[in-house]
Design a protein around this ligand. Structure first.
Ligand code: GLA
Length: 734
């Protein structure tokens, strides 16, 4: 029956072009896709493709745009064969017979209404070949975010190849356009890089294979009023919700019209789509704000927390101690329990045992072995995980554990059993990653997906008290080849890897919705909205140097909310930044601006460091709700070389806020700019209370003073920041 209907549909689709007319339900019209403050205006002519007329502040109509003489001829999703070749295609399909064109016309339109959002669906059909493209726009009712994506259905008899399959496209006609994208590296993630769009094509791409946020990240801010400002100007923000290779593309045509495209990177991933298969592209989340970069960031944060893009949602994260930088691989039962003593004495809530706890035949002594062998190393932990969860319970804290499920070392029992499970090409030498032995498992293979699921399932069924998992991924795909995928489907590997990963994560979440899982990939390599729906937070960077963290966390906050961002107090001198020593107060204050934790050997701390850490944790508990779930206002950028950096969080009611100020340069006769606050109620009066006051000092003179929101925002505060690495944290309450 299904097949008959299916053939019938194909027959009708085949007849349509011969009839030379539109089918009965062909759609022509206009749609205003609205969120509380924004609108995306689309329209189609009879028998024509879908056109994009406008994206920006709500209240603009197609008629006004027409009256104003705006050029409205841009395709919403330019397809190769539909649009002139000046517009780069967002979509290109190689049909079974070699035809490379798609002439898409809108056949019908559907509106799906849910509690949180309305989804507008445009069904488009090629005029000649039985390929259907559905374009989706999901507009949220309470958040200024529109998600767009497409579904491409192959109703041809033979496979077709998706040569390009972007998730979305925008046309931007407004004058001087700048983009801010995140560039970086391991231990130096998310440096916002701003530049004007000039003529030609600009491509931002990541081809790591497993992670996509180290070098270049899949998000971009587009400032429409010249160089980007934090709290003013029109900004479009875009985040591709995908964890694999991507391409963000800008095409500027004669300096007037800029086209933006975002999708899976089609290089090495021209996707083969079998007959009757439908391919759904990752979602592209878009926002518009006329409150500058910070405004666009707040929209993303709110969407992440309230609309399920962050598994943690509005919940706050526990204060934790992670064993990695304090012990590296040198863990054992006594040291783990001693660390639990320390974190509970500081007032923390969770202890996480990092790498080094596993391996039987090949115990994990360093990074050269054991990944894949997820059994306790009985030499290090003779009483197993039981002894550790019991010790945590006795101290009134939770227990968490590190795993790296998608990876294996050649020196492991898993590799001996299943060499065919690693990504590879028969006959080619394996290129080895971390430790000279690390390889990536083939997540396209359902057996591997089951194995990965079982790692988590076994851990959690055998140790039901585990409350937190740190899920790491420390290798890129260096061996492009799958023994599972057929020879003529190898080009699907990069994409199918991530579809396999997502399938496994969904399975884990279906069984374990409440366990907290941290998304880590050599630091912030997987901070993206493709994975966050399955994770509660991410490890922001393997660099915990507090000064560099001011910069890294600033860039990360452009798209990600504070309760997703793990920020840990480190030890000094710090190896990653050439032995830099930073006072404990500054280190605490920087970590307090995200999800607070600590990552050092407490036994090596001085008395002052211990006292300050306890003060910080106690104060953080009072501030945590506002910091982790409040609205972020970035005030003074560390990149602006003003000598200080400042940011603040304000709750929805604008009653409470938390202000952070960091002195990041120090020299004689240094001008310290006034810090002008934002996001407050101008007419309300606020009391300032200094928090995490430096051990042995009194709160500064500003503490206890009252100011109107207007004064704080218009005039601002002179900050007492005398010594090197001075920093201040204030609770602000009306
Ligand atoms: C990665 C992570 C670190 C740590 C190590 C363990 O580098 O980013 O935090 O977990 O792996 O090997």
């Amino acid at each position: 029956m299904i097949i008959e209907l299916y053939n019938m549909k194909r027959f009708i689709l085949f007849l349509l072009p011969l009839l030379g007319t539109l089918s009965a339900n062909a759609w022509s019209g206009e749609v205003a896709i609205e969120t509380p403050n924004t609108v995306l205006v689309l329209y189609a002519r009879e028998g024509g493709d879908l056109r994009m007329a406008y994206y920006g502040s709500r209240g603009v109509s197609l008629q006004e745009l027409r009256d104003a003489g705006a050029n409205l001829n841009s395709s919403a999703l330019p397809a190769f064969g539909t649009v002139d070749m000046v517009q780069l295609p967002a979509l290109q399909v190689l049909h079974a017979d070699g035809d490379l064109n798609l002439e898409l016309k809108v056949e019908s339109y559907e509106l799906k209404t849910e509690d949180a959002a309305k989804t507008h669906i445009f069904m488009m059909q090629d005029k000649l070949q039985p390929v259907t493209v559905k374009v989706f726009y999901k507009a949220y009712n309470k958040v200024d975010i529109i998600e767009t994506w497409t579904e491409i259905e192959n109703a041809e008899k033979k496979p077709v190849t998706l040569k390009r399959y972007d998730s979305g496209h925008l046309v931007l006609r407004q004058g001087e356009v700048w983009i801010t994208h995140m560039h970086g590296n391991w231990a130096a993630e998310t440096e916002p890089t701003s530049e004007p769009l000039t003529g030609g094509v600009k491509i931002i791409r990541n081809t790591d294979g497993t992670r996509n946020a180290h070098l270049d990240a899949p998000e971009v801010m587009v400032s429409l009023d010249g160089s980007p400002q934090e709290n003013s100007g029109r900004v479009i923000g875009a985040a591709l919700c995908w964890s694999g290779n991507f391409e963000l593309r800008f095409n500027t045509i004669s300096h007037k019209e800029h086209h933006f495209y975002a999708g899976i990177d089609p290089q090495s991933s021209e996707y083969v789509l079998d007959p009757r298969q439908t391919f759904e592209t990752p979602h592209l989340a878009l926002t518009f704000s006329n409150e500058g970069l910070s405004g666009a960031s707040r929209n993303f944060h709110r969407w992440a927390r309230t609309e399920g893009m962050l598994h943690r949602g509005m919940k706050t994260g526990d204060i934790l101690l992670n064993s990695w930088e304090g012990l590296y691989f040198n863990i054992d039962e006594a040291r783990m329990i001693a660390m639990m003593d320390d974190i509970s004495q500081f007032g923390g809530e969770l202890f996480v045992m990092d790498d080094g706890w596993f391996g039987d035949k090949y115990p994990r002594k360093d990074d050269t072995s054991s990944l894949g062998d997820w059994v306790v190393d009985k030499n290090k932990l003779p009483n197993g995980l039981d002894a550790l969860t019991k010790a945590a319970r006795e101290r009134g804290i939770k227990f968490g554990i590190w795993i790296e499920p998608e990876m294996v070392n050649t020196k492991s029992e898993l590799f001996e059993r299943h060499p065919e499970w690693v990504l590879q090409t028969k006959g080619r030498d394996l290129k080895l990653g971390r430790g000279g032995t690390q390889l990536v498992l083939d997540m396209t293979n359902p057996e591997v997906q089951d194995f990965v699921f079982k790692i988590v399932d076994d851990l959690l069924t055998q140790n039901p008290e585990i409350a937190y998992i740190k899920w790491d991924a420390n290798a890129s795909i260096q061996n492009f080849g799958s023994l599972y995928l057929p020879k003529n489907r190898q080009q699907n590997l990069y994409v199918d890897y991530h579809l396999g990963l997502l399938k496994t994560l969904k399975r884990i979440r279906a069984k374990y919705p409440d366990i907290v899982i941290q998304d880590c990939a050599s630091g912030g390599g997987r901070a993206n909205y493709g994975l966050l729906p399955y994770f509660d937070e991410f490890w922001t960077s393997d660099n915990t140097d507090a000064l560099q963290r001011v910069f890294i966390q600033w860039g990360t906050s452009l798209f990600f909310p504070a309760n997703a961002m793990a920020c840990h107090i480190n030890h000094c001198p710090y190896w990653n930044t050439g032995g830099r020593v930073i006072p404990i107060k500054f280190r605490c204050d920087v970590a307090m601006s995200g999800r607070l934790g600590i990552e050092l050997q407490p036994k090596d701390m001085t008395d002052e460091e211990r006292k300050q850490t306890s003060t910080c944790m106690a104060d953080y508990k009072q501030l945590r709700q506002v910091v982790q779930t409040g609205n972020l206002y970035r005030l003074i950028s560390p990149y602006d070389q003003k000598g200080i950096s400042s940011l603040m969080y304000v709750d929805d009611a604008r009653r409470q806020g938390v202000l952070f100020v960091y002195k990041i340069a120090n020299y004689y006769d240094q001008p310290i700019p006034r810090v002008r606050l934002a996001g407050l109620n101008p007419g309300a009066t606020y009391t300032l209370t200094e928090k995490n006051v430096r051990v042995g000092q009194k709160p500064c003179a500003l503490s206890g003073k009252r100011f109107t929101g207007r004064f704080l925002m218009e005039v601002g505060l002179e900050m007492p920041l005398r010594e090197e690495y001075a920093s201040r944290v204030f609770f602000i309450e009306n």
